[in-house]
Design a protein around this ligand. Structure first.
Ligand code: UDP
Length: 356
C-alpha cells in the first residue's frame, strides 16, 4: 500500500542524543515531513541542540538492556536510524571490549528489531571501514574500494572491524530479502555539539575538540606524527541534509551504501591546526601564542594506534540523489568554533581565556 504523504514519517533515532543524532533530530523536526523521536541513555546534547525550539520527544533506552523499549519504538517507526556507537579513536584503544559491546552487540539489537518489524533501517557505518591505505586508494568508493586494516595488535581497528561486520550482516539481510536498508559512511563531520570541551571532557576527543581545547586552555596543539594525515571535513548541516535526501528517496536508496563527505574540504591535520588557530584568533583576539607541536602517536594514544593517511570520499552515489555539500573548509570551522565559543560553559569549558 502506498504511504500517505500527508502524514509525517515517524523516525526513531536510536543512540540519537549524540553529535550527529541531535543535529539530525533538529533538521528533521524543522521539516513537516518528519516526526523524529530519540532513544538514548541521556538527552544532554539533544536538550542543548533544541534549546530554543520545542523539545524533541525522548525515551531513555540502553539498547543492550532495554530491548522492550527498543522493540516498541522500532515497531512504531517508519524509519529507524541506528547511531549506536563509540566514536572516539582514544576509546577504541582504551576500551576495545566496550566498543564491541556497544557498537556491535548494541547495533545487532537494532538491526534484529528492524528485521522483525519490517522497518526501514538507515544504519551509520563509518569511513573507518575503508581502513588505512587512503594515500593509494583515494577516493574511497562504497562499492569498489577494499577495506584494508592493520594487524590485530593494532587494535585501533576494532571499531572499523565491528562496523564492517555490521555492514556485511545488513547486506546479507538485503540478500535474504528481509530488510530494507541504507548504510551511510560519514567522513569527518564537524559542527555544534561534536565533543565535550574542558578538563572533564573525554581525555582525548577528536581532533576538532582536541585543538579547540588547546586554544581555550592556551596549551600546545599536538600534531600526531607531525600532522601529515589528510581528512575531508564535512559541516554537519551538509551531512544532515544528505541524510534527509536518503530518507526522501526510499526506492533509489534501497539497499545501497552511501559515503557522506566533502572531498573539496581536504586538508592535512597540520594545515587544520593553523586554520583553527587563525580563526580562533580572529574570533577572540587570543591564541596567537599557542604553539603547534609534533607528538608521537604512541605517546599521544598509547600502543595499538595506526592512522589512515588519507580519507577522501567518492560522493558520486549520494550526489545522484541530488545532494551536494555547500560548506567550504573555512566556513565549516568558523561556524563550528563560533558555536563552541558562544556555548563554552554549556559544553564543559569554563570560559574562553581572552575577551571574545
Ligand atoms: N589528531 C591530532 N591531534 C589531536 C587529535 C587528533 O593530530 O589532538 C590526528 C589524528 O591522529 C588523526 C586526525 O587528527 O590523524 C583525525 O583524528 P580524529 O580523532 O578526529 O578522528 P579520525 O579522523 O582519525 O577518525
Amino acid at each position: 500500500m502506498a504511504r500517505d504523504v500527508s502524514v509525517p514519517q515517524r523516525v526513531a533515532l536510536v543512540g540519537g542524543s549524540g553529535f550527529v543524532g541531535s543535529n539530525l533530530a533538529l533538521a528533521l523536526a524543522q521539516s513537516s515531513d518528519f516526526d523524529p523521536f530519540v532513544l538514548d541513555t541521556t538527552d544532554e546534547k539533544l536538550a542543548l541542540r533544541f534549546a530554543s525550539e520545542a523539545p524533541c520527544a525522548f525515551r531513555r533506552c540502553d539498547v543492550l538492556q532495554d530491548t522492550d523499549v527498543l522493540e516498541e519504538a522500532v515497531q512504531e517507526a517508519d524509519i529507524v536510524v541506528n547511531l549506536v556507537s563509540h566514536v572516539l579513536p582514544k576509546t577504541f584503544l582504551d576500551n576495545p571490549l566496550g566498543v564491541i559491546d556497544v557498537t556491535l552487540h548494541g547495533s545487532m539489537n537494532v538491526i534484529n528489531a528492524a528485521v522483525r518489524n519490517k522497518t526501514r533501517l538507515i544504519h551509520f557505518s563509518t569511513s573507518e571501514v575503508y581502513g588505512k591505505t587512503g594515500g593509494s586508494e583515494a577516493p574511497f568508493s562504497e562499492d569498489h574500494s577494499d577495506c584494508t586494516l592493520g594487524p590485530i595488535d593494532n587494535h585501533r581497528w576494532i571499531y572499523s572491524t565491528s562496523k564492517q561486520l555490521l555492514d556485511r550482516i545488513i547486506h546479507a539481510h538485503g540478500l535474504a530479502g528481509d530488510l530494507d536498508y541504507a548504510i551511510v559512511r560519514p567522513f569527518n563531520f564537524v559542527g555544534p555539539l561534536m565533543d565535550w570541551l574542558g578538563d572533564d571532557a573525554d581525555d582525548v576527543p577528536r581532533v576538532f575538540a582536541s585543538f579547540l581545547n588547546a586554544l581555550l586552555q592556551e596549551r600546545p596543539m599536538q600534531l600526531v606524527d607531525g600532522g601529515k594525515s589528510r581528512r575531508c571535513f564535512t559541516y554537519i548541516e551538509d551531512a544532515t541534509s544528505a541524510l534527509v535526501h536518503i530518507m526522501r528517496e526510499p526506492e533509489r536508496a534501497r539497499n545501497q551504501i552511501f559515503n557522506i563527505g566533502n572531498p573539496a574540504n581536504e586538508t592535512t591535520i597540520a594545515e587544520l591546526a593553523e586554520l583553527m588557530r587563525g580563526i580562533y584568533r580572529q574570533e577572540t583576539g587570543a591564541g596567537a601564542q599557542v604553539t603547534i607541536e609534533p607528538v608521537a602517536s604512541e605517546e599521544f594514544y598509547g600502543a595499538g594506534y595506526e592512522d589512515c593517511d588519507r580519507r577522501m570520499p567518492d560522493i558520486g552515489k549520494i550526489q545522484s540523489l541530488g545532494w551536494t555539500p555547500q560548506t567550504g573548509l573555512q566556513e565549516t570551522f568558523e561556524r563550528s568554533i563560533r558555536y563552541c565559543i558562544d556555548n563554552a560553559a554549556a559544553l564543559g569549558a569554563a570560559s574562553v581565556k581572552a575577551p571574545v
